[in-house]
Ligand binder design. Sequence first.
Ligand code: NBP
Length: 469
Amino acid sequence: MALADLAVIGLAVMGQNLALNIERNGYRVAVYNRTLERMRQFLAERAQGKQIIGCETPPDLVASLKRPRRLLIMVKAGSPVDQMINELLPHLEPGDILIDGGNSFFKDTERRLQEVEARGLLYLGIGISGGEEGALKGPSLMPSGHPEAYRALESLLQAIAAKVDGEPCVTYLGRGGAGHYIKMVHNGIEYADMQLIAETYDLLRRGLGLSAAQIAQTFAAWNQSELNSYLIEITAQILGVMDTESGEPLVEKILDVAEQKGTGRWTSQEALELGVPIPTLQAAVEARALSAQRSLRLEIAPQFSGLLLPPSPVAAIEIDSLKRGLYAAKICAYAQGMAMLEQATRTYQYEFDLSEVARIWRGGCIIRARLLEHIRRAYRQNPHLPNLILDPFFRQALLEAQPAWRETVQFGVGAGIPLPAMSAALAYFDGLRSERLPANLIQAQRDYFGAHTYRRLDREGVFHTEWQA
Ligand code: NBP
């Protein structure tokens, strides 16, 4: 039997769809899944008649591959990846290439890379975005690791990736765990973007009293504007779907508790480590955590109901203002993610080309958006842009949206509708454009209780004051 070009290990949602995508692009694929029944079902159904070979053990899988062997691991992130690597290693030989396409934490990728490469094998970590549909039709791929491993995979990755204007949404992102780092930040931006859209939905629903159908139309119209993006598009579709039992909008029947698998939290933790402010991304993670405290919310809600004075101050805001507010906040969310990547280049010696990062996010992935074309151009024109909002296009966009953005946040505050991400974005903007912040007082307080010293605006040096004297 002919040997396969590549193995896919782990046949849950992502592994199955990637295997089909790779096969469709002319490659012969060997597959393996720990639970054999899942693999047999895949072979009997979706993979039937295709150049996809099932293997029942890791040694069989390795034996079915051309040399150097290329194995794509698509199992649950965390210890399953280590377990799978350990099962495979005894059967592999120097020059073979192990690829982890899951949502692995970048520091795990760095560690695995060293362990695997110490044995003469090559390692590639690939952040993959696009979910089920992206995996099948064309995801955004964020690979990093051994350059030779990338070269050996480049044409395959280009073939299976999403295409925008004929360009594949993949590029080599450098050594180590750079690709998984970028995927982590991608997910942080994804959390922020989803939260901003959810807050705007709340303003339209609770603030303006629009029906789900009207909000669906609003988002559909916004998708034809500068807000054009995958997340806005699917939001419009979601709001139009009816519950078959009640005939009411399905979205209204869904429990309002947002779950998380941890990649957003990693972004938050990592930003805290780096000391990079990403308040909109942080707010999105915390908003999910607060939503999860549902029983507490149900207990508190009646104790604080009826707080808003009639007549409610919510009556008059233009829907167009909400749109502008959402756009401005979204720009700030992306600016924060890019600033985090910029800092990571210094801390970890990653060599991110932010223009290329924006380019490969334009298609296939969950945060694909028209905005990314402008971000790509901004970093191409100035790779050392200190912050995205200094790019003339984004500066102008924020200046134009700014009054409506403030009005949007005021509207939420007046109506008692929480806007954690939207208002955090505005505070980020206002913080960055403040020549003088009240941090002078914080420094004085620190010096008062801890003799932490302070510096002065008018003189060089480090100072301490006996404040109580
Ligand atoms: P899951 O993350 O749900 O993982 C299920 C797969 O892992 C199954 O094939 C399972 O085998 C295998 N597995 C587990 Br669990 N423990 C194992 C072990 N100890 N040894 C070997 N295999 C083990 O699958 P997924 O949703 O397809 O995602 C795969 C990766 O891609 C994850 O890292 C995920 O975070 C990432 N990702 C997912 C999406 C998405 O939309 N789902 C998008 C982007 C990235 P079994 O059948 O024997 O239980």
